[in-house]
Design a protein around this ligand. Structure first.
Ligand SMILES: Cc1cc2nc3c(=O)[nH]c(=O)nc-3n(C[C@H](O)[C@H](O)[C@H](O)COP(=O)(O)OP(=O)(O)OC[C@H]3O[C@@H](n4cnc5c(N)ncnc54)[C@H](O)[C@@H]3O)c2cc1C
Length: 443
């Protein structure tokens, strides 16, 4: 008997989006899921990640949250401080996130999140990973998508699938080709910002009580200055303090988009933050010479569509974002969960009908594009507010910060109770379940 779960699914990329997508389809009972990844392994950078309740809800359903939670920190508040003085502009208490939204807001190590998803995938016999294998091109988007893939040390080969989910990141080959077929260009956008990512070990912080207090707290701290900020929080059972910054991009400004990361100079990093307070200086000074790494922060102009034929884009491939709202990976994982929910609803007698598949993917786009676009805009907006220099706008911002969210809003949008309510209460899978039929009928 025909069964939609017999569809052959190809996932491109084993980042957070790809892993989440593969696992979500396996949990829905799909039996043939092949994941192709350029890199030879998961290869996640040494960096932290915030996992907000909206994605924890999804991870919990996928059965991998318990493992990830084991070394995470449940955030109880955020302290937004003037970078130059360490004076607190605002402290937003978040003691009851779990009570309010059913799941906590956590910080953790990227390798924990990726590892939890990957371990979940490995338990599913339906999922096959093909590392060191890159998508070279999409030969056709419909009726059956066909792909050319290339193993690192082997000959190119062709794969046909019923559905291709391209979670191939900001530099997505699939997106470029999809847009070209649709007569538009892929237009990446320079944000003018770059980020340092730093991890400090407990042992290195042990002799500094002020630093240890940060590591032992359940707070996220953001130090803000003109055109720059640093956000920091504990990860790995509070054995590591993770710092991530945003500053004007000077080192990448002249380069092409071939590479987005570079070994940075410690002296240059210290210079960028030279007028930040002694506490920040002491932390930056702990970074070993030669271990400063800088990321170029890029986004993409809004896409006309995320879907073509039986191919859909997922995660950073379709909605890359500045990190200021801490929702990029969360959105990518949610995308996969929504796709799995929707595709599982395709009636068996229509599972090989290209029009039904395309319309179903369009439902995914209808559900996700307005939401993700709003979050991408909000992240950019929050960055502009956080990076204000002296003047009336900054005075107004600091006055709003002083009200400590009592009005239901603070200028740092990730910490803002009204924004949290909008994002954290969103149950994307339930929304997909409840709206699939109605939205499908509109297409
Ligand atoms: C400084 C910083 C801080 C951040 N903080 C947070 C945070 O706290 N919370 C949060 O939710 N998000 C955060 N993000 C965003 C988050 O990291 C990304 O949005 C998320 O990782 C995107 O996942 P993805 O799977 O879509 O893309 P990627 O992680 O880029 O994965 C794409 C994968 O596809 C593979 N690939 C690419 N091309 C091909 C090809 N042709 N063939 C085969 N494989 C291919 C790549 O090797 C890669 O493994 C942050 C980002 C930055 C830069």
């Amino acid at each position: 008997m025909a069964d939609v779960r017999d569809l052959r699914i190809v996932v491109i990329g084993a980042g957070m989006g790809g892993l989440g997508t593969a696992l979500a389809f396996a949990k829905k009972g799909f039996k043939h899921i092949d994941v192709y990844e350029t890199a030879s392994n998961l290869g996640f950078v040494g960096a932290g990640i915030q996992m907000p309740p909206n994605v924890v809800r999804v991870l919990d359903r996928l059965g991998c949250w318990e493992e990830i939670y084991a070394d995470s920190t449940s955030v109880k508040g955020t302290s937004i401080r003037q970078g130059s003085t360490n004076a607190e502009l605002s402290h937003v208490d978040m003691p009851d996130i779990e009570e309010k939204y059913g799941f906590p807001h956590c910080t953790g190590h990227r390798s924990s999140l990726a590892g939890g998803l990957y371990n979940g995938c490995k338990k599913e016999s339906a999922i096959k990973f093909h590392f060191s294998t890159a998508l070279v091109k999409v030969n056709s988007f419909m009726p059956k998508p066909s792909l050319t893939l290339k193993p690192r040390d082997g000959e190119e080969f062709t794969v046909e699938a019923d559905l291709v989910l391209a979670s191939d990141g900001i530099k997505s080959v699939t997106r470029t080709q999809m847009l070209a077929e649709l007569g538009t260009e892929s237009q990446e956008e320079d944000t003018g910002q770059a980020a340092y990512r730093i991890m400090l070990n407990r042992a290195d912080m042990a002799n500094d009580p002020e630093m240890l207090a940060l590591l032992d707290s359940d707070d996220v701290v953001r130090w803000v200055g003109e055109r720059r900020h640093i956000i920091a929080y504990p990860v790995s059972n509070k054995q590591i303090y993770n710092l991530s910054s945003a500053q004007p991009d000077t080192n990448f400004a002249a380069t092409t988009n071939a590479t987005y990361t570079t070994k940075g100079s410690k002296a240059a990093m210290l210079k960028v933050y030279e007028d930040f307070c002694p506490l920040v200086q002491r932390m930056l000074n702990l970074v070993p010479d030669g271990e400063v790494c800088e990321w170029k922060l890029r986004v993409h102009k809004p896409l006309v569509t995320w879907v073509h034929g039986s191919v859909a884009l997922v995660g950073d491939a379709c909605h890359p974002t500045l990190p200021h709202l801490s929702q990029g990976a969360a959105m990518a994982i949610e995308d996969g969960a929504v796709l799995a929910e929707i595709v599982s609803k395709i009636p068996a007698d229509k599972m090989h009908d290209p029009e039904t598949m395309n319309k179903s993917l369009k439902v995914y786009e209808l559900l996700r594009k307005p939401h993700c676009s709003a979050l991408v805009d909000l992240a950019a907006h929050s960055g502009r507010i956080l990076h204000l220099g002296a003047g009336k706008a900054k005075e107004e911002r600091d006055r709003e910060f002083k009200q400590n969210g009592k009005t239901g809003s603070v200028p740092d949008k990730w910490a803002s109770p009204d924004v949290q309510k909008m994002i954290y209460s969103n149950d994307c899978v339930k929304e997909a379940d409840e709206n699939y039929k109605r939205l499908f009928a509109t297409l």
